[in-house]
Design a protein around this ligand. Structure first.
Ligand SMILES: Nc1ncnc2c1ncn2[C@@H]1O[C@H](COP(=O)(O)OP(=O)(O)OP(=O)(O)O)[C@@H](O)[C@H]1O
Ligand SMILES: [Mg+2]
Length: 361
């Protein structure tokens, strides 16, 4: 019930703040009302006394009462204005604070676009930490030759996703350099860098819209035919035809729900449209059924042809075909080599393979 307690705590705090606010507002507006009504009472009482003493006539009193109420009207409006103004200003300040936040990762002033990407990727002594506290990666050296496939394996939390996110510069390295075709990625424009990388995330986010729009996001100017061709190659076409409105089915809030495997295949279809020279696939950790899994694998093998590919694999069948395999855990890179080399070495990788073969049978 930890979540419930946290929620309850938040509610209490919110209620406390609102309570204070309403109490203050109540005191203020009741006070204003009291003063205004008191004025009217005074005027009528003293006016009455003066009339009885024949020092004032009725017309004067009525005129004066009207005058008082004409005077009180704007005062009341002013006090309302003050109330609304403070609320409005608080909101405006929050908005300004939000708009003033600059993105940490931006183009250098003399950044150049990268063109004709071959896709040679190199990590040189890369160190990275999210909050300067715990080093997720330290002294990572890696080389992926153009067109090769490198598989990352290792236990959960080892830093595989983190390592992949450094290439499109979702985060900047703390130390060391990453180069593509020998160029430091920090010297390139972000738009050209990201245009040359296709990434299938561990958790795919789709936006509210139709399936067609979601796939077309890979390349905005693609025709319907091209979108459908990409969906076929990504092995998602038949699933889409099963949906109530086919390609026009709405996903997102109050739309149809897609499974994790379907989302990943939609994201693969996007990349078929985008056609980038560099590819990153972060396989879903959640259990997919064997059919879905083999379909994703087939689509991905097709996709990775002729591209530099980095794949984070949880299934060892995917890994076996890779040109090289890197075993990474919280201590860093432990082993690098091909499947047969690492099996012969009889270290981390081979024990991982053995456990998985045990669980699979
Ligand atoms: N946005 C973040 N902010 C702070 N710490 C993070 C963030 N993302 C990941 N971490 C931490 O960095 C470490 C590596 O996480 P990462 O997601 O790279 O692991 P992984 O190897 O991809 O694991 P998995 O196999 O479960 O996907 C973990 O200790 C994690 O808690
Ligand atoms: Mg991960």
């Amino acid at each position: 019930h930890y979540e419930l307690e946290r929620f309850e705590e938040g509610n209490q705090r919110f209620r406390g703040a609102k309570q204070t606010f309403y109490r203050q507002m109540g005191i203020f507006s009741a006070g204003m009302d009291f003063l205004m009504n008191l004025m009217t009472v005074c005027v009528i009482t003293f006016g009455g006394i003066l009339i009885m003493a024949n020092q004032m006539d009725l017309i004067d009193l009525i005129t004066f009462t009207l005058y008082i109420s004409a005077f009180l009207q704007p005062v009341r409006r002013l006090s309302n204005f003050v109330e609304q103004f403070t609320v409005g200003m608080a909101g405006f300040e929050r908005f300004q604070g939000l708009m003033a936040v600059k993105p940490e990762i931006a183009d250098k002033p003399n950044a150049k676009p990268i063109t004709n990407v071959r896709g040679d990727i190199e990590f040189k002594n890369v160190t990275f930490s999210y909050d300067n506290d715990v080093q997720v990666l330290s002294g990572v050296n890696l080389r992926i030759k153009s067109g090769d496939t490198l598989a990352l394996v290792g236990p959960s939390g080892g830093g595989k996703t983190t390592l992949c996110h450094l290439i499109p510069r979702f985060y900047d390295v703390t130390d060391g350099v990453i180069t593509i075709d020998g160029k430091n990625i920090q010297d390139l424009t972000l738009s050209s860098l990201r245009a040359s990388i296709g990434i299938v995330q561990q958790e795919v986010m789709l936006f509210a819209g139709t399936i067609m729009e979601n796939i077309r996001y890979g390349r905005i100017d693609a025709t319907d035919q091209e979108v459908i061709a990409a969906a076929k190659r990504a092995e998602i076409h038949n699933d889409i035809l099963q949906m109530p409105d086919g390609y026009q089915s709405y996903v997102g809030e109050r739309g149809i729900m897609l499974s994790g495997g379907q989302k990943q295949r939609i994201s693969i279809a996007r990349i078929f449209l985008k056609n980038p020279p560099i590819l990153i696939l972060d396989e879903a950790t959640s259990a997919l059924d064997t059919i879905t899994e083999s379909r994703i694998q087939e689509a991905f093998t097709d996709l990775s042809k002729g591209r530099t590919t980095l794949i984070i694999a949880h299934r060892l069948s995917t890994v076996r075909e890779a040109d090289s395999i890197v075993y990474i855990d919280s201590e860093g890179i432990r082993e690098t080599g091909t499947h047969s080399q690492l099996m012969e070495r009889d270290g981390y990788y081979s024990s991982l393979v053995k456990t998985q073969m045990l669980t699979d049978n």
